[in-house]
Design a protein around this ligand. Structure first.
Ligand code: SAM
Length: 214
């Protein structure tokens, strides 16, 4: 996702540091304390403009949500969504997924959402896919025992690759849908990309996978 550089973005983010957290590494291991409760922490890696997490935070006030987004120019739109949703259980971090273990302690997170991750279709870019084994290893570290990855995409190639990657890593697949919007799955909150693809009549794939770590 590319958004043109926004000169006002840095200022807007600076005004909303209660949502877009500065120096999140200082809160490693202390996220529940920061939220002021003991509710589980669910993160979305590659949050984009924040529609999914804003909807989830509104629907599930007893969950603490944290969105991880690489580009500040995209995250700024998510900040506005959090303000509009008037939720206090959603924070945003301008962090690269590769650095997740710098901001979360081992076992601090209960669930990882991956929604419409960039597919990186060329084999030589496999390592950049957010379901590549090195990323699975990062998620395993920061997730609690039995933690889950919930994954949605419109991209059949990335979906098939990811199911194989989950399985080869030893994750247990607990849910697979080859057509989410025609399935009986309840409580789906659509992401921006999901809405765009669904409006074009494209099918949406969804999976849940669980780490069997002891
Ligand atoms: N999840 C949103 C949705 O479904 O509408 C956005 C999907 S968009 C295709 C992928 C997003 O992931 C982009 O905003 C991109 O900047 C972000 N992203 C890609 N690689 C990332 C990384 N390594 N760390 C954090 N965010 C990343």
């Amino acid at each position: 996702m590319r958004v043109r550089n926004k000169p006002w973005a840095s200022e807007f983010i600076a005004e909303n540091r209660h949502i877009a957290i500065a120096s999140p590494e200082n809160l490693k291991g202390k996220w529940q304390e920061y939220f002021g409760n003991e509710n589980p922490i669910h993160i979305e890696v590659g949050t984009g403009k924040g529609q999914f997490l804003a909807g989830m935070a509104k629907a599930n006030p007893a969950i603490n949500y944290i969105g991880i987004e690489l580009f500040e120019s995209v995250m700024v739109i998510a900040v506005q969504k959090v303000l509009d949703a008037e939720v206090t259980n959603l924070k945003l971090l301008n962090v690269d997924a590769a650095d997740l273990t710098e901001v979360f302690e081992n076992g601090e997170v209960s669930r990882v959402y991956l929604n419409f991750s960039d597919p990186w279709p060329k084999k030589r870019h496999e390592k950049r896919r957010l379901t590549f084994k090195t990323f699975l290893s990062l998620y395993e570290q920061l997730l609690k025992k039995g933690g889950e990855i919930h994954f949605k995409t419109d991209n059949q190639g990335l979906f098939e690759y990811s199911l194989k990657s989950f399985s080869e890593y030893g994750l247990l697949l607990t849910y697979v849908s080859l057509d989410l919007h025609e399935s009986d799955f309840e409580g789906n909150v659509m992401t921006e990309y999901e809405e765009k693809f669904a409006n074009k009549g494209q099918r949406i794939y969804r999976a849940e996978a669980k780490f069997l770590n002891e």
